[in-house]
Design a protein around this ligand. Structure first.
Ligand code: SF4
Ligand code: SF4
Length: 149
């Protein structure tokens, strides 16, 4: 008799996961790597379709994940606490879903068995994003796609 592997995200809290489990929970959507702009007057945060210059838009993965904090000082680490409190983390984010006691969606690589489904389902930013490289700060607001939360 064969047994199914245990779906760790259904049995463990975010805090209980090993670092390998934690990393595998990221669906690779790249949504958290889109540039956010804050309105200084209102404090409201807006999402743009500009991707961090370190994001490989084809794969929607960070091109230098181990050194990301050294290269991008404003890169925000997703932690259990951040998953609970970051208002701009997308509703589809696996850390947010699991932190809220919900299950992963069919397109998550841990469910589908392939990283392709996050793109096929239109969840990733592959078709939406363009790199922030070469876009001046004053021109960034042209790329706003909506509120960040
Ligand atoms: S939004 Fe969440 S699941 Fe998507 S890339 Fe960012 S951390 Fe990973
Ligand atoms: S440094 Fe990497 S992980 Fe951080 S926002 Fe940029 S692409 Fe995303």
């Amino acid at each position: 008799m064969t047994s199914e592997p245990i779906a760790f995200w259904r049995t463990k809290s975010l805090q209980e996961m090993s670092s390998e489990e934690w990393e595998s929970l990221c669906d690779g959507c790249g949504r958290c790597c889109l540039v956010k702009l804050e309105d200084e007057d209102t404090g409201k945060c807006y999402l743009t379709r500009l991707a961090c210059s370190l994001l490989d838009i084809g794969s929607c993965r960070c091109s230098d994940y181990p050194n990301r904090k050294a290269k991008m000082s404003d890169c925000v680490s997703i932690t259990p606490e951040a998953a609970r409190t970051l208002s701009w983390l997308p509703a589809t984010c696996a850390y947010r879903l699991v932190g809220e006691g919900r299950d992963l969606n069919w397109w998550h690589p841990l469910i589908s068995g392939t990283p392709d489904t996050v793109h096929l389902a239109g969840i990733s930013v592959r078709e939406l994003a363009r790199s922030e490289k070469g876009v001046k700060g004053s021109a960034m607001q042209r790329y706003i796609i909506g509120p960040a939360s």
